[in-house]
Design a protein around this ligand. Structure first.
Ligand SMILES: NC(=O)c1ccc[n+]([C@@H]2O[C@H](COP(=O)([O-])OP(=O)(O)OC[C@H]3O[C@@H](n4cnc5c(N)ncnc54)[C@H](OP(=O)(O)O)[C@@H]3O)[C@@H](O)[C@H]2O)c1
Length: 268
């Protein structure tokens, strides 16, 4: 972001941004971009040491203020904690990047993992969007960035529930984009294809060609206030376009084949 753009961005979405998933991948890359634009940051994820490292680096490099909140977003009290600890900060942007996926056959899934995924990917995003969305609407400016995925555009066998959580986010973000626009709040769904981050290891997936988190972060921020949904990066755009040309039923089957091939424990 060049200097004049960064100033505009800060006026619209400053002074503080809350970023979930800031310890790794896309969230960490977004923290870097936002610090470079001069926003102070509340960095949220479970791993305290990683968050502190990010905070130390960004405040030394860009001179911004940071707060670290090491919490598990699968636990409802963590959400109240975020609300409490940001009460006296001038927050203008929520980046809800925390999330994870499970892969494999649905009937082999562990219920507790799936429920935790639903809480992190859906419940936490909805609750934080409601909390910060109200604050932003009251003062007539602000932004919400939510993370959907290419897999959320149709059923995705071998990642059935993960894809369903992302379809939830996609429809939530689309509706909020329209509903909150007259209140001065910009809502964006960022729907990447594969990204080279910590995601693949946690989901037990081998990633082939993938976008860089830095590309996803840069393109996503450039789309805030302009688009309803952004497909960040050339690879994500190409994959989305290729899939969209097929009828939905066929897309589901194609995605099932791709996911089956990417899931490590189904191929060992
Ligand atoms: N990578 C992809 O291919 C891809 C594609 C499309 C969409 N996405 C979406 O993009 C978002 C960012 O993913 P990423 O690729 O950057 O993956 P990542 O590198 O694994 O980062 C995920 C982040 O979420 C945090 N997180 C996970 N579980 C959490 C929990 N229970 N409580 C609090 N924080 C938690 C992690 O931090 P801790 O481990 O420290 O808690 C980490 O900071 C996710 O919503 C993902 O679904 C990713």
């Amino acid at each position: 972001m060049n200097q004049p753009k960064a100033e505009l961005f800060k006026t619209k979405y400053g002074k503080w941004a809350v970023i979930t998933g800031a310890s790794s991948g896309i969230g960490r890359a977004l923290a870097n971009e936002l610090a470079a634009a001069g926003l102070n940051l509340v960095l949220v994820a479970r791993r305290q040491a990683e968050l502190e490292q990010v905070a130390k680096y960004l405040s030394a490099r860009y001179g911004v203020e940071t707060r670290v909140l090491a919490v598990d977003l699968a636990n409802a009290p963590s959400l109240t904690q975020i609300e409490d600890e940001t009460k006296y900060l001038d927050v203008g942007l929520l980046v809800a990047a925390a999330g994870f996926g499970t892969a494999g056959n649905f009937l082999d899934a562990k219920l507790e993992d799936e429920l935790a995924m639903m809480d992190v990917n859906c419940r936490a995003v909805m609750q934080l969007s409601l909390h910060f969305g109200k604050q932003f609407a009251e003062r007539g400016r602000g932004g919400l960035i939510l993370f959907s995925s290419l897999v959320g555009y149709q059923g995705t066998p071998r990642a059935a529930h993960y894809a369903a959580t992302k379809a939830y986010i996609q429809t939530l973000a689309e509706a909020l984009h329209v509903e909150l626009a007259p209140r001065g709040v910009d809502v964006l769904s960022s729907a990447p294809g594969p990204v080279n981050s910590g995601f693949g290891a946690r989901a037990d997936m081998k990633m082939g060609a993938a976008e860089k988190p830095e590309t996803v972060a840069r393109v996503t921020l450039a789309a805030l206030g302009k688009k309803m949904t952004v497909t960040p990066g050339a690879l994500s755009k190409f994959l989305t376009w290729s899939l969209m040309t097929a009828p939905r039923g066929l897309r589901v089957r194609i995605m099932g084949k791709i996911m089956g091939g990417m899931t490590k424990h189904l191929n060992s």
